[in-house]
Design a protein around this ligand. Structure first.
Ligand code: SAM
Length: 295
């Protein structure tokens, strides 16, 4: 592919801002497609653990990411209440609930589809998905024993107000765990290839932008969090990212064979997954991190 410099400059100056409506439309229309990615409706990348997960079995890695996040919450075995901020179809919620007998959960999403269908999957559980903005929820202050955000805060650019809301709802001493991709440097300092992939990724996945990892750490501390631990888990995430070039053509083929139309949001989702792969290859500019922060 040859990309002219003027095209890149033009692309670079286009907005990355995604409105709540754009995000909602994207997830209302494209959530169903995630069954091609995960039988368990995990809408994130995976965590490869040698001897524990099979790199050819995607869901084993995606579920291992859930397990890693759960471990970092350090929940006690007693009654616990955890919020999933940007919960998708509740895949992670179901994973947690199967592993902690005294857990109840609340999930927050902007998508009506995820509220309706996700709650159906959770009907036997002590959990609910509500339609709210994770920057301003109705969850009471100091009420949760943990909060998680898996590939969701990128939709608001890992912004200060997003982190502040997570801090507000947590009980003192409890933890926020974020699993997401971040920039290693400001967008203006990305190389041409990274900059192109980044802009496309944000546009196709309706992301406000990825936070710069060093800035996000400072913002978390400014909000009031302590013991902020940043783990670069990019090598563990890479095996699941490499599933993208195989999973996507298969998904397209299935649709074509069934003579089903491919929605705009599905195309966007597919293209964004490819840009996630091309971004991931620029290891100097992008990284995938697990962040743990204590209130
Ligand atoms: C990529 S999905 C990840 C879902 C889930 N965390 C998982 O890993 O399976 C991103 C989620 O963030 C949610 N989201 C994006 N912006 C949001 C906002 N401002 N408030 C609440 N949820 C939001 C979307 O509705 C979607 O459920």
């Amino acid at each position: 592919m040859s990309i002219s410099l003027s095209h890149i400059v033009k692309t670079y100056h286009k907005k990355t801002h995604a409105t709540r409506k754009e995000i909602k439309n994207f997830y209302d229309e494209a959530t169903e497609d995630y069954t091609f990615w995960s039988q368990d409706f995990n809408m994130h990348f995976g965590y490869f653990s040698f001897g524990k997960t099979n790199p050819f079995r995607r869901d084993s890695m995606l579920n291992e990411m859930n397990t890693q996040v759960l471990k970092r919450l350090e929940l006690s075995p007693s009654k616990q209440f955890v919020a999933d901020l940007g919960c998708g179809m509740g895949g992670t919620m179901r994973h947690f609930l199967q592993r902690h007998a005294a857990l109840s959960m609340i999930g927050v999403t902007v998508s009506d589809f995820q509220v309706t269908e996700g709650n159906k999957l959770l009907k036997k559980d002590t959990a609910v998905i509500i339609k709210e903005d994770f920057r301003n929820t109705s969850i009471p202050s100091n009420s949760t024993d943990g909060a998680i955000a898996m590939e969701s805060f990128c939709h608001s650019g890992h912004s200060y107000d997003t982190l502040k809301e997570a801090y507000r709802i947590l009980k003192p001493g409890k933890r926020l765990v974020i699993a997401d991709a971040f920039l290693k440097k400001p967008p203006s300092k990305l190389c041409i290839g990274s900059s192109y992939s980044y802009k496309k990724l944000c546009k196709k996945w309706s992301l406000e932008g990825l936070g710069v990892i060093t800035t996000v750490k400072k913002e978390l501390e400014k909000v009031g969090f302590s013991k902020v631990t940043i783990e670069d888990i990019s090598p563990r995430v890479a095996p699941s990212v490499f599933h993208v070039p195989f999973a996507i053509p298969l998904f397209l083929l299935k649709k074509l064979l069934k003579r089903e139309p491919i929605k705009k949001q599905s195309w966007d989702n597919l293209k964004a997954s490819f840009y996630a792969l091309t971004s991931g290859l620029h290891m100097k500019d992008f990284g995938y991190y697990l962040i743990t922060a204590e209130k």
